[in-house]
Each structure stands twice: as structure tokens, then as C-alpha cells.
Design a binder for this molecule. Structure first.
Ligand SMILES: Cc1ncc(COP(=O)(O)O)c(C=O)c1O
Length: 389
């Protein structure tokens, strides 16, 4: 388990619907494993978790004015990045006679969210003198911990200097100072501080290459099924825009997955990657779809709900066969049911923001994603409690 690798507590990050895994289920699981505080990216995400799993949540983005009331109502921990929100938060907290814990985010070089380093002391003082506000922590975020240790060390030095400054002021002995994400956790132990905020690593991937004893488990697989197979003659066009034409008699298979469910929505990280992808598309199609018998090149343009793949070299594949789609987990739509397995058996399903229990499904529905989803399921009252363990 990940905690065994860390001397300091882990704050699991559940941004992006737990990196696509279904945040309510993941939070129930983590809670059952003893994690007391989880990090989310927005109020909405926090509420979607709390509907199913009561747990303490730190919202990692600063609230807007009209989010302060629900923030307090749901007892969330808030991120503060500027002084302007403090009087408003203080006023609502006082009206409700409710203490709010806040963490201040400081920008040590990321260039996105956060107070500037030289604003921190004032900001902290203002929080301190506002009744009902409690300063729980100060944090920063690294931008290149996966590739540039020097820059990350520089960010860390800035952060530690602020820590020294506040510590010398003497009034904040219990503050949690946190900085490390997965990459910094692996590459820069000095950044571990009071807790580490882990996302990528928690979900079985590493931002940097790893040696034993690391043995990360794959947590995600996107499966769908072939819904139609046809043979097209040489010179036939495939799909919208007629971008692809067969160069020989071609056996095509159709899968019920397209950009509407997230296929091909992964960010184009570099211009070079974009060029490579564009070339790949034009020349021979992309290998985003796989079958144990081999990769299945995508033919033509990915549609909203349907995509064609080349089955010419895999003649044994039949209608109804399962194939794997290399789709980024965070881009896979919430309309795709998530199946959770334990010891090889399905434990529960998360679909359209609801948890369904194994054993409750009945008649055949569409079965588009995996053989298991052939089944039409009803929500079970005890699904949630069974799912999270
Ligand atoms: C503020 C913050 N902390 C921690 C993380 C976790 O990062 P990682 O997935 O690299 O562990 C994120 C993710 O983007 C984040 O925004």
C-alpha cells in the first residue's frame, strides 16, 4: 500500500472525479482505509462526493463569493489565495457561529493559483485576526517536479523560507505545510514536509520511471464491444468527411465509443505530438483500440458515438467481442459505467453519479462497454456501504 512508502501522512487527491475512477466510490474506499482528509478540485466535486460518502474534504481551489455559504454548510476546508475573500468568509462564519479551517495556497513559481510569496504574512495575519477562521495549513504546487529538479528545489526553497518566516513569528505551531505531488514525492524527499498530496501515484501510474520495490497496480481499463462488422471494397470511404479510403478489401468493425464519451480528447501536449498525431492519422490510423490478437487501427474520423476500426488482420474477431480502448481516464465520460472489481469479481458499479450493487441487475440492456454491462441494473439500498470497502 502507498502509505507504506511514505513517512508522512498522504492526502489523497480526487480531482477530475478521482482521475476518472469515480470520486464517490474512491472516497468511500479511502475512508474505509483510514484516510481522514481528501483533496478535491471544486465545490461541485465535493458535493458529488458528500451525496454518497461523508468525509472531510479540502477544496483545492479558492471559493467564489456565492460559494461561501455552501462551503460552510457542508463543512468543507477552504483554500484561500487572496485577502479579499477573508472578510466575507469571516462574516458568514460568524453568522453561522461555525469555525472554518482554511489552507493558504502560495504560488512559489507555478504561475497559476496562489498568493504571491510576499503576500503570505499579511494574509495569514488577516486570517488570524478574523473570528471563526482557523488557519490549518499552507501549501504550494510544483510545476515541473517530473522533469526539472532544480526548478522544483527553487520552488521548495521559496516555500521553506516562508515557513521559516512564519515559524519565527511563533504563533503557528500546528500548521500543516504541504507541497509534494506524486512526482516530488518520488524525486525530492525534502519536499515531503507535513503531508504529501498524491494523485497520479495513487491511481497506479507514475510521472517518472520507477525501480523496484515499486510495483504499481493498473487501476483502469476501458473496454467496449464490437457492435458491427462489415467488409468494404477497395476505394470505399469510411466515416464523416470521407477522410479515409480503403486501399484493399477491408474488414471494418464498429465500436460504440467516440468523442462524446471522451475518445481522442487527450490534451495535445506539444506541437510535435500534434504533428505526429496528424501524420499518424493521415498515413495509417491510430492504434488506440486493442484486442489480444493485435492493435486495431482507427479508420477515418472518430464520431460522436461511433468509431470504425480495421479488422482486416484480425479475422477471428467477431461481433460482441470485447476490445480495449486507450482512452485517458479523466476524459472518459460519466456516462460510461465504472465497474469495480475485488479479487476478480465485480463489487459494484458507478454510473451516472449513482452506485449500483452487484446482484441487482436484471435483463439485458445494451452491453456496450463490457459483457457485464449487458445487464440492466437497479440501485440497491446497501450498494454504497458494500462498495466502499
Ligand atoms: C494542488 C494539487 N496537489 C496535488 C495534486 C496531485 O498531483 P499528482 O497527480 O501529480 O500526484 C494536484 C493535481 O493536479 C494538485 O492540483
Amino acid at each position: 500500500m502507498l502509505q507504506e512508502h511514505s513517512k508522512v501522512p498522504i492526502l489523497p487527491i480526487l480531482k477530475g472525479d478521482a482521475y476518472g475512477h469515480g470520486a464517490p466510490v474512491v472516497s468511500a474506499f479511502l475512508k474505509s482505509r483510514g484516510y481522514g482528509l481528501l483533496g478535491v478540485s471544486s465545490l461541485e466535486e465535493a458535493l458529488s462526493i458528500l451525496q454518497i460518502t461523508p468525509v472531510r474534504l479540502l477544496v483545492l481551489t479558492p471559493p467564489l463569493l456565492d460559494q461561501l455559504a455552501p462551503l460552510l454548510q457542508h463543512r468543507l476546508l477552504a483554500t484561500i489565495t487572496s485577502a479579499s475573500i477573508i472578510p466575507h468568509l469571516g462574516r458568514i462564519a460568524k453568522e453561522r457561529r461555525q469555525y472554518v479551517t482554511v489552507h493558504v495556497k502560495v504560488d512559489t513559481g507555478f504561475g497559476r493559483l496562489g498568493a504571491a510569496p510576499d503576500e503570505l504574512v499579511d494574509l495569514v495575519r488577516q486570517i488570524q485576526k478574523t473570528p471563526y477562521l482557523r488557519l490549518g495549513g499552507v501549501f504550494t504546487h510544483f510545476s515541473v517536479a517530473f522533469s526539472d529538479t532544480r526548478y522544483t528545489q527553487q520552488q521548495l526553497r521559496t516555500f521553506l523560507a516562508l515557513k521559516d518566516q512564519l515559524t519565527k513569528m511563533g504563533t503557528y505551531p500546528d500548521l500543516l505545510w504541504h507541497a509534494a505531488n506524486s512526482a516530488a514525492f518520488l524525486t525530492l524527499p525534502a519536499s515531503h514536509l507535513d503531508l504529501v498530496r498524491l494523485g497520479t501515484l495513487l491511481y497506479g501510474q507514475s510521472p517518472v520511471s520507477l525501480d523496484p520495490p515499486w510495483d504499481l497496480a493498473e487501476t483502469w481499463q476501458f473496454k467496449t464491444r464490437i457492435i458491427e462488422i462489415r467488409t468494404l471494397p477497395k476505394g470505399h470511404s469510411v466515416g464523416y468527411g470521407r477522410l479515409f479510403r480503403t486501399k484493399e478489401t477491408t474488414r471494418i468493425g464498429v465500436i460504440p465509443v467516440g468523442y462524446g464519451l471522451g475518445l481522442e480528447l487527450e490534451p495535445q501536449s506539444t506541437p510535435w505530438r500534434q504533428i505526429k498525431q496528424a501524420l499518424g492519422k493521415g498515413l495509417k490510423g491510430q492504434h488506440f483500440v486493442f484486442h489480444p490478437q493485435g492493435p486495431l487501427p482507427i479508420l477515418g474520423r472518430v464520431g460522436m458515438g461511433l468509431t470504425s476500426v480495421d479488422l482486416t488482420r484480425t479475422p477471428d474477431i467477431q461481433v460482441g467481442d470485447e476490445v480495449y480502448v486507450a482512452m485517458r481516464r479523466v476524459t472518459a465520460s460519466a456516462h460510461v459505467p465504472r465497474f469495480y472489481y475485488q479479487n476478480g469479481a465485480i463489487k459494484c458499479i458507478y454510473w451516472n453519479h449513482k452506485i449500483f450493487s452487484h446482484g441487482q441487475w436484471k435483463t439485458s440492456s445494451r452491453g456496450l462497454f463490457a459483457k457485464e454491462s449487458l445487464l440492466h441494473y437497479d440501485s440497491a439500498p446497501d450498494a454504497h456501504s458494500r462498495c466502499g470497502q
